[in-house]
Design a protein around this ligand. Structure first.
Ligand SMILES: Nc1ncnc2c1ncn2[C@@H]1O[C@H](COP(=O)(O)OP(=O)(O)OP(=O)(O)O)[C@@H](O)[C@H]1O
Length: 286
């Protein structure tokens, strides 16, 4: 059996008195494309941030996160990582996190800063080879015509494609994407998902992506991990995520919209979900 790319063990996180993650454990094996789903506020982003050490679990709670055999955090303490180790994980944000006044090309080149010698990274000097590689990354996301445009003049969908090119430039083995399509129109969202799916299929990258749209998760991901009130509610093949289970997962989240067939930001686009009253399902899915 292959060594897991991501191992999460008994993760607990509270903000003040509010417990946001409650004893969450799972593993992701190399090359998986996993959707992290659940109602708004269920803890998806918090969990994703734990995977890269942007958030630290409760002290002395015993929780542990390991990425590619490197411990990220344990019992509420972050482990220091070398720059080269940090580069192995790429993070895509809902709001893109580009430097607006810089060109598209420079934003992509920024992806290589972590792996270049520190002095050269401070000076921001890039080699011809790095520029060629950045151009190739932009070609993969279909933006080779826009290399000199300032990032803040792009559409949202284009910005997200630049952010993906930056992760490609970084040569990250694991891509974590936090609601990468939440602020995009349907066409741009589809383009971004197609690109991520292609990268996963062609390069064998491991991808974990938080999504509100269950139909998108069904189309592009093989496995779903669902959180409900900070607890692991479902972990399995996407095909086993039946409408009934989804109904129970989202049972208090925007049922009015579900009935009206108008998915909202807090409600997944359930597609063929039945308009039945919410029902409890056996919580034996994990
Ligand atoms: N830094 C923080 N300080 C205090 N509370 C926080 C912090 N970050 C997150 N929370 C709270 O933790 C809970 C889970 O938030 P999180 O963003 O992880 O949920 P989510 O499932 O990603 O939601 P959404 O789908 O709406 O983005 C929320 O109640 C949120 O208000």
């Amino acid at each position: 059996m292959s060594i897991p790319t991501i191992t999460v063990e008994s993760l607990n996180k509270s903000f003040g008195h509010r417990q946001v993650l409650d004893d969450v454990s799972f593993r992701v094996i190399p090359g998986e494309m996993v959707a992290l789903i659940g109602p708004s506020g269920s803890g998806k982003s918090t969990l994703l941030r734990h995977l890269v050490g942007l958030t630290c679990a409760n002290r002395h709670s015993g929780g542990r996160v390991t990425l590619m055999e490197r411990e990220i955090q344990s019992a509420g303490r972050l482990r220091r990582a070398r720059r080269s180790e940090r580069c192995r994980t790429g993070y895509i944000f809902q709001q893109f996190n580009l430097v607006g006044r810089l060109s598209v090309l420079t934003n992509v080149l920024i992806g290589t800063l972590g792996s270049m010698p520190r002095l050269r990274s401070l000076l921001g000097r890039f080699t011809d080879e790095e520029r060629q590689r950045a151009l190739a990354c932009l070609a993969r996301v279909g933006l080779e015509e826009m290399v000199h445009q300032r990032a803040n003049t792009l559409s949202g969908g284009q910005m997200q494609r630049v952010a993906i090119a930056r992760v490609l430039m970084q040569d990250a083995e694991v891509i974590l994407a936090d609601e990468p399509i939440a602020s995009l129109d349907p066409r741009s969202a589809r383009e971004v998902m197609e690109i991520l799916s292609r990268i996963h299929a062609e390069d064998g990258r491991t991808v974990v992506i938080t999504l509100h749209q269950v139909d998108v998760a069904r189309r592009y991901c093989h496995r779903a991990i669902a959180l409900k009130d900070g607890r692991l509610y479902f972990d399995g093949a996407i095909g086993e995520l039946t409408d009934e289970r989804l109904q129970a997962l989202y049972e208090n989240a925007g049922l009015d919209e579900l009935r009206a067939g108008e998915p909202s930001a807090t409600t997944p686009a359930l597609g063929a979900v039945k308009n039945t009253a919410p029902r409890k399902v056996a919580p034996a899915m994990v």
